[in-house]
Write a protein that binds this ligand. Sequence first.
Ligand code: ADP
Ligand code: MG
Length: 386
Amino acid sequence: MRSIGDVEVANKKIIIRVDLNLPMIDGKIIDYTRFDKTIPTIKYLLKNKAKVIIISHLGRPKGGYEEKLSLKFLVNEFKNSIIDKNIEFANSIKDAREKIKKNDLLILENLRFNPQEEKNCLNFAKKLASIGEIYVNEAFSCSHRSHSSIDAITKFLPSFGGFLLLDEIRNLSSLFNNNKSLTAIVGGSKISTKLDLLTSLINKANNIIIGGAMANNFLKANSINIGKSLYEKNMLDKAQSIMCEAKEKNCNIILPIDAKIAKELGENFSEVDINNITSEYSIFDIGNKTVNLFSKVVMNSNIVIWNGPMGVFEYPPFDQGTNMLAKKIAELTNLGNLTSVAGGGDIVAALNKANLNSSFSYISTAGGAFLEWLEGKELPGIKALH
Ligand code: ADP
Ligand code: MG
């Protein structure tokens, strides 16, 4: 894939697709991670005398302009982050085409105010492309979507991968392209949303550690009484067949051996052996013995990939299982004994909350795209750059 670093950008109008779909509450940005990550590439382009048009979506507009989803507020955010540069706002493609003649830096209004964006519409992509001369995809986290600004636009302009996007792909590719011992940790709530993930991992990983509510399906399929714990009734056969397939492929599936249980969240909890759960109780986290068991597996691995928390981490003490396992992984990573990767919305939130994110080798903020990559799917936005 061609990198934007390999092409002459001076005096060129560059359209850069970034992910500024920032987490917000009441109109305020609550996490700047994605925003901050876009700055170095934009600075690089400006320093090399390019003209830059920033494009992104925000939220899910219902098919037209919505004031609270306008990207206009980002003008000030960029002014504070990009030194010595005037940034202009363009409220339409036509407006952008005019303004980029006189300005070096523009941000275009929310792409999704135009319903054609999500339809991967060639006509819309062509109009979008007419603003610039080169296209850069710097939004790995949006690259699992076949949308005009990700996919169709590459048909009309010379297209390149941004530094961030290439970095993410390099990091993820290196996980599978070696003979090292690989352990996947899969948790979270719903097995039905992660069937493709588990099936794909069976073929790539030496071990799959299963925790969270995800594990309940497997425990129940093994005839263990899980009381009132969350599980999916119509998934028990699936869980069974995943375990059989894993056995055939020499992939170890490791399940919890004890649990933190309570009648309800917020009520008294206790820690019991997995065979001693009674019918009024629910599993809300893995227990200490399980943390030790999972840690041992991790200690004997070279690479760990983690998606989905081990318990209801939003309600302490049911964050302990996730936190203790994360601490162990952080320790091994800091010692240089382990490559550790985590990705997905909730596990990243859990690691942030426990202040352990910087001790992992790599954290992917690209929820859906990260998962589809792990599932072995080809991402339309990445394919389009080839
Ligand atoms: P990710 O976003 O990392 O992919 P998921 O969205 O699949 O993770 O799952 C996260 C959710 O799973 C969290 O809200 C967490 O509370 C829930 N969860 C984890 N373990 C349990 C459990 N034992 N019972 C009920 N919910 C659980
Ligand atoms: Mg989630």
